[in-house]
Ligand binder design. Structure first.
Ligand code: SF4
Length: 365
């Protein structure tokens, strides 16, 4: 299971704290990034496990890169001895890249082996998109979906955001309806959160944004859940909904504590041999990453943490209870639990309580 982090974006979205650099400023660094990534692949190929054989290229905005990046990535992995017959190969894209680069670009991604696309739409309302500083309009988002379909994409996921204080219920309902009309197989939907270091955090500090109240967030989440369930989506994780057979294998494996190898600046990895678990992460700094993997790096860019058995138990509860599959009973405390017994040794948070899952989970760990 492999995650590759692409640290470039065209511009920065208001709410985002992911590690990336503005693509135009980093243009000269694309090649150095690719060289460093190739070197990291060769150095770490032995760590890559294929129990869950998925490749996920995220970011940042991977679609700022040319198709040769994706075919080259697979070729390098193969050369390094990695099993590249991926069950799922996802690439995150942004609508403006798909519209600008067109059908041929998407066909080239499929040619490289990509079989799932995850597109950041976030909203289909132009004033909300503008406020988010997204570099695309709602019309472009819709057009991008058509382009992806015409090119032959059969497994399409889109991302949405709710819980914005000036997002009215009517606008939110309209966005959900229009996304459903697009006939996508998978929807990831996150409540807006104010992340330290984001532009939004600065706006809050200056009094230019006030967090949405809990009731509005709950109403928007519940509307989403009911509209998606009526269209046959399975609510398989707090923020993820899929048509039958389209749950993300890669993301589901994270929640099941499957080991993964994260490549690229800022990428996290997890190793677990059934007894000992550890997490490691590369420094979120492109320059240091390039230096480290071009052989010039004096600096150690990898941090590592070995988990205690108690940390492992807590993590498994936190991850498992995000999902409809739940968590094994033996990991949970004794006594009455605010959970549902699924009858197979697993207990879950009922869907009606997913919205308050954070407080339920903290009461259990
Ligand atoms: S939300 Fe996506 S496109 Fe926007 S800044 Fe973050 S990583 Fe880049």
């Amino acid at each position: 299971m492999i995650y590759v982090h692409v640290p470039f974006c065209r511009s920065f979205c208001t709410y985002c704290d992911f590690y990336s650099e503005v693509a135009s400023a980093g243009a000269g660094r694309f090649d150095s990034y690719v060289k460093a990534l190739d070197a990291e692949i060769f150095a770490r190929a032995g760590e890559i496990t294929s129990d869950c054989n998925t490749l996920y290229v995220g970011g940042g905005t991977p679609s700022v890169l040319p198709p040769s990046f994706f075919s080259g990535l697979v070729a390098t992995l193969k050369k390094a001895g990695v099993n590249t017959t991926f069950d799922e190969f996802t690439v995150e894209v942004n609508p403006e890249d798909i519209v600008e680069k067109g059908q041929g670009y998407v066909e080239a991604l499929l040619e490289a082996g990509v079989n799932r696309i995850s597109m950041g739409i976030q909203s289909l309302d132009d004033s909300i998109l503008k406020w988010m500083n997204r570099p695309h309009t709602s019309r472009e988002a819709v057009e991008a979906c058509y382009i992806l379909r015409r090119a032959g994409v059969k497994n399409l996921s889109v991302d949405l955001i709710f819980g914005i204080s000036h997002l009215g219920m009517d606008v939110w309902k309209d966005t959900i309806e229009r996304v459903l009309e697009l006939g996508v197989e998978h929807i990831s939907c996150y409540q807006l959160s104010i992340e330290p270091g984001s532009m939004l955090c600065t706006l809050v500090g200056k009094g230019r944004y006030k967090e949405a109240d809990e009731e509005l967030c709950r109403e928007q989440y519940e509307l989403l859940c009911s509209m998606l369930s009526a269209e046959g989506f399975r609510h398989y994780e707090i923020s993820n909904f899929a048509k039958e057979g389209y749950c993300s294998r890669h993301n589901s494996a994270y929640w099941k504590y499957v080991p993964y190898t994260g490549l690229g600046p800022g990428a996290h990895s997890f190793s677990f041999d059934g007894k000992t678990a550890s997490r490691s992460w590369n420094k979120a700094d492109l320059k240091a990453y390039i230096a480290a993997f071009s052989g010039e790096g004096k600096e150690n860019i990898v941090s590592r943490e070995v988990l205690t058995s108690e940390q492992m138990r807590m993590e498994r509860i936190m991850l498992g209870l995000r999902t409809a599959e739940g968590v094994q009973r033996y990991l949970l405390p004794e006594g009455d639990l605010p959970l549902v017994d699924l009858g197979n040794g697993y207990w879950r948070i009922p869907e009606s309580d997913f919205f308050i899952s954070d407080s339920i989970i903290s009461s259990l760990i």
